[in-house]
Write a protein that binds this ligand. Structure first.
Ligand code: SPV
Ligand code: MG
Length: 294
């Protein structure tokens, strides 16, 4: 049954209306709220960002439960549709079934499942050990996701890591076509090359009907103009652009305090405490105190 108010439906409509939706990484309700206020179309519940938040590498150490808890916490504090990074689906097709049940109930708009073996190694690490599962095995995972979702608008995105694993464009195209055949709504093609060439070549060669998703972290020259010229790409994920600016800001602030012998210089350069109050909805506390504390 179609559900015109589901988050999946909202994100589908956004892609149809704009031709390209912009989805910002988030690792906390606070970062999610900042992305929403900035005007992004959706949030990317990035496994990389959450791993980094725990001070851990993105190699399947953070559990599904930890990720799901954060997804729920973010969804409680924003209206934006959320694209959940399910990594490998946390195991085989049986784990995928469980994950889809849980994440759909949590209210996500979309899920991304990648064709690496569990435990995975983060994609952008130079010389990372990258092992892919068999095509048929991954088709089973996509099929399981499609058949488990209750809302047909929940977007199931199949992510191929063929280029990341160095297997070449032909393998990436074969896998993408097989995943579309298994029912995937969209194909995420990932690349760690420093220029957009590899992904542009894949997009030009792609003849499938499933729209493409990209995460241009490694190839920042892939501007929105360039993406639009290519066509076929309907979703752009800014993969780690919440955690990296946060780290830059904290590193600079901490160094400034120790260098200056106090917070006096830094104080002028950072948001006042009142801005944090605003982001926490302190106004609601005041309003409710007036109304209900008797
Ligand atoms: C993530 O943000 O967790 C991703 C994108 O999966 S990447 O880290 O580039 O693999
Ligand atoms: Mg990830």
């Amino acid at each position: 049954m179609m559900n015109s108010t589901s988050k999946g439906n909202i994100l589908r409509r956004r892609m149809a209306e704009t031709g390209l939706a912009h989805v910002m990484a988030a690792h906390s309700p606070l970062s999610a709220r900042l992305a929403e206020a900035a005007g992004f179309d959706g949030l990317w519940a990035s496994g990389f960002e959450l791993s980094a938040l725990y001070g851990l590498p993105d190699v399947s150490l953070v559990t599904m439960t930890q990720h799901l808890d954060m997804v729920r916490a973010m969804i409680e504090r924003v209206d934006l549709p959320l694209v959940a990074d399910l990594d490998t689906g946390f195991g085989n097709a049986l784990n995928v079934i469980h994950a889809i049940e849980q994440y759909e109930r949590a209210g996500v708009a979309a899920v991304v499942i990648e064709d690496k073996s569990f435990p995975k190694v983060t994609s952008l690490a130079a010389d990372g050990r990258q092992e892919l599962v068999r095509i048929a095995e991954f088709q089973g995972k996509i099929d399981a996701a499609i058949k488990t979702r209750k809302d047909p608008d929940l977007i199931v995105i199949a992510r191929t890591e063929a280029l990341i694993a160095g297997l070449g464009e032909a393998e990436a195209l074969t896998r993408a076509a097989a995943y579309q055949e298994a029912g995937a709504d969209m194909i995420l093609i990932h690349s760690k090359q420093k220029t957009p060439d590899e992904v542009e070549s894949f997009v030009r060669a792609w003849t499938g009907s499933a729209p493409i998703v990209i995460v241009p972290t490694a190839y920042p020259e892939m501007t929105v103009d360039r993406v639009k010229r290519l066509g076929k790409i309907k979703l752009m994920i800014y993969g780690n652009h919440a955690i990296r600016p946060a780290v830059t800001a904290m590193q600079q602030a901490f160094a400034t305090i120790l260098r200056d012998g106090g917070i006096h210089n830094l104080d002028k350069a950072i948001v006042p405490v009142e801005e944090i109050f605003r982001l926490q909805d302190m106004d609601a506390v005041k309003r409710n105190e007036k109304k209900f504390l008797r």
